[in-house]
Ligand binder design. Structure first.
Ligand code: 8YV
Length: 321
């Protein structure tokens, strides 16, 4: 096993520093020296540390013939080619659980902000509109609204638990019905959207969920409906979303993720019925520290015995049944 580590894409500065100081680690250049770097160092790389923002596509993996593990900082790993990794026997670890609370908290905050227009009301005060206008326009109540969750995994469950405290009836759509779940199962995203006031996207990204929330689903949500997305931009047809937001086809949206981050379409920015966040859902000091520790624990475990602590489900660890 090669013990040399490669950092792929920007990492949390303290994680990058730890890798450089305590490990035999190199940083993949992002300029025209990359090809020569890979030709020289690619064969010696045993593990990659990356994030969901960058990941390891198949063409990069092919240039790392000794690769044994991809340590992903983040729960989502849709930028890494899972099939290519499985075919090569490369393990992938991610950082589940430790970020669930913060991502779910953000979903709730985004929901409240979108319906109650807190960010817009803040701008109203700062612009000095209050004395002139007298009152801020009325908004929409959150408590008691029917919420549909697309993807009832760890994060979806945590969102549902929080929304129960708001008296929200909850339904969901997942690939499979979740045994023992107290929530109502909908067979398709469109069926789910048709029966709720707020649709929250909490499923993983990747080819399997590309545009799962398409125009038809958004139309089923309807002119009184709100979309909240804290998952991946790829899950939602962003062009259809913008079109329906502009024409009153849906009431509003709260977004932490986009199709082509960090680009947010000007059409979306021009709308006042949206709340736009810069993919910050897990971004607290506490949670990012926990993610960093879990990423390092995965790396250390791989260096120690060739396994990882939190393997992604698609790639079965060697030796596991
Ligand atoms: C991070 C995320 O922003 O965990 C994920 O999948 O999207 C976020 O927690 C990201 O992974 C860090 O690059």
């Amino acid at each position: 096993m090669s013990r040399r580590i490669l950092q792929v894409g920007p990492l949390k500065p303290s994680l990058a520093a730890t890798l450089t100081e305590r490990y035999d680690a190199l940083v993949l250049p992002d300029d025209d020296t990359r090809a020569a770097f890979l030709a020289e160092h690619g064969p010696s790389i045993g593990a990659v540390v990356t994030t969901g923002r960058t990941g390891v596509p198949a063409d990069l993996m092919a240039q790392l013939p000794a690769l044994g593990a991809i340590v992903n900082f983040g729960v989502g790993y849709d930028t890494t080619d899972v099939e290519a990794a499985a075919a090569r026997g490369v393990l992938i670890s991610n950082t589940p659980d430790v970020l669930t609370d913060c991502v779910a908290d953000t979903a709730i905050g985004l929901t409240i902000d979108t319906l109650r227009r807190l960010s817009d009301a803040d701008r109203f005060v700062r612009r000095g509109d209050w004395p002139e206008a007298g009152t801020y326009p009325l908004t929409r109540k959150v408590s008691g609204k029917r919420v549909g969750i697309v993807g009832l995994g760890r994060i979806g469950q945590a969102i549902a638990t929080r929304l129960e405290a708001f008296g929200c009836p909850i339904s969901y759509h997942s690939r499979r019905e979740v045994t023992g779940s107290p929530y109502i199962y909908a067979a398709s995203p469109a069926d789910l959207a048709a029966d709720v006031d707020i649709l929250v996207v909490a499923t993983s990204g990747g080819s399997g969920t590309q545009h799962l929330v398409d125009r038809q689903v958004l139309e089923a949500l309807g002119p009184e409906g709100y979309l909240i997305n804290i998952a991946r931009g790829s899950v939602v047809d962003q062009d259809a979303l913008v079109d329906l937001l502009r024409t009153g086809g849906i009431a509003g949206a709260g977004l932490d993720v986009y199709t082509d981050e960090p680009t947010v379409p000007a059409d979306l920015m021009a709308l006042d019925n949206v709340v736009l966040l810069p993919h910050l859902a897990s971004g607290t000091v506490e949670t990012r520290a926990a993610m960093e520790q879990l990423a390092l624990d995965n790396l250390d475990r791989w260096l120690a015995d060739g396994t990882v602590l939190t393997p992604v489900p698609e790639v079965t660890p060697r030796g596991a049944s």
